[in-house]
Design a protein around this ligand. Structure first.
Ligand SMILES: NC(=O)c1ccc[n+]([C@@H]2O[C@H](COP(=O)([O-])OP(=O)(O)OC[C@H]3O[C@@H](n4cnc5c(N)ncnc54)[C@H](OP(=O)(O)O)[C@@H]3O)[C@@H](O)[C@H]2O)c1
Length: 297
């Protein structure tokens, strides 16, 4: 197995540049099969979350892979189902691990208006060795500024939706992250071809793909890499997963990148950014309400 290229994080650890995300796999034993397949193909970075409710199935695949702990990089996220101290313990138990490589706050909404207080608890999780690195997800510049004002540890990453159709909207937070040493992780980078086909990106993506003897999905992942971001992606298909890994070797020219940036900007604002945040808020509110009524989870 070829180990993936890595990016150095601000805490001195290294993160593989592409991750296999388990949210898209859903739940049940299919998740174990999909993670198994991804590890077989050569992915060594798995991204899951409390919200996805498939940490246990992910953990089975990790154990069955036979990989040693330092050969695999595991991310999970605090999604607000319980208090954070219990949540990290639950996640570790579900995954069958004594630590995760990266632990993220899934959304700033989970801080319930007190980002510094929640981040302090994240810092303790890192200090206690339960997570090697800590970071955030779906944070915007204002959220990061609030966090950084009181932080002892700068978040290692910010996982956000990132592709040319939202580049204009995400540019500020990506640039701010770069200034502060926070690596952007890109989720749903393939939206331009999976959920928004037929737009201004189609022509340049196809043209660049043809020149490089690649596919449009590979070009999108190469664009993410060219922006200095880590990709979090998914496929149910072995061939496609192999293609994703090969995409990490594609070199886009600065003309390619400019062309994709400007075609992306022609789409106008996509109202997709708040969706995961709203979903998490809704789920977390439901769980809080159930707790109030004494329902155990
Ligand atoms: N932090 C957050 O709030 C957050 C939010 C969303 C996602 N995530 C993470 O990011 C991961 C990936 O998210 P995503 O699934 O939205 O990522 P994505 O990389 O944009 O999309 C992956 C999907 O694209 C399909 N695909 C790839 N190439 C294609 C092509 N040429 N034509 C048609 N379909 C194609 C794949 O389908 P096939 O299976 O058919 O190959 C797969 O279902 C999640 O699992 C999760 O771990 C995080």
């Amino acid at each position: 197995m070829k180990s993936q290229d890595k990016i150095r994080l601000n805490d001195g650890t290294h993160i593989p540049i592409i991750a296999f995300g388990t949210w898209t796999a859903g739940g049940g034993s299919i998740v174990t099969e999909r993670v198994d397949q991804a590890l077989d193909v050569g992915f060594n970075h798995i991204d899951t979350a409390q919200l996805y409710r498939n940490e246990e199935e992910t953990g089975v695949a990790i154990r069955e892979s036979g990989l040693s702990r330092d050969e695999i990089y595991v991310t999970t996220k605090y999604s607000g189902f319980k208090d954070i101290e219990t949540s990290i313990q639950d996640s570790l138990k579900n995954l069958g691990l004594s630590y995760v490589d990266l632990y993220l706050i899934h959304s700033p909404r989970l801080a319930q208006g007190d980002i510094p207080a929640l981040w302090k608890k994240m810092e303790k999780i890192k200090a206690d060795g339960l997570a090697k690195s800590i970071g955030v997800s779906n944070f915007q510049v204002d959220d990061l500024k609030i966090l950084l004002k009181h932080a002892k540890v700068v978040p290692a990453v910010n996982q956000i939706q990132f592709h040319p159709y939202v580049y204009q909207q995400q540019r500020a937070v990506h640039a701010f992250g770069n200034e502060q040493g926070i690596i952007t992780e890109a989720y749903s980078a393939l939206i331009p071809i999976t959920r928004r086909p037929g737009g201004p990106l189609d022509a340049p993506l196809n043209k660049i793909a043809e020149r490089l003897n690649a596919t449009p999905d590979q070009v999108l992942l190469a664009w993410v890499k060219a922006k200095g971001a880590v990709t979090v992606t998914y496929s149910s298909k072995k061939d496609r997963l192999e293609g994703y890994l090969k995409a990490m070797e594609l070199e886009l020219t600065s003309e390619d990148i400019n062309e994709l940036d400007s075609a992306g900007a022609k789409k106008g604002t996509l109202a997709v950014l708040k969706r995961p945040v709203l979903l998490i808020s809704l789920i977390s509110l439901t769980y809080s309400a159930l707790r109030v009524f004494g329902v155990r989870m």
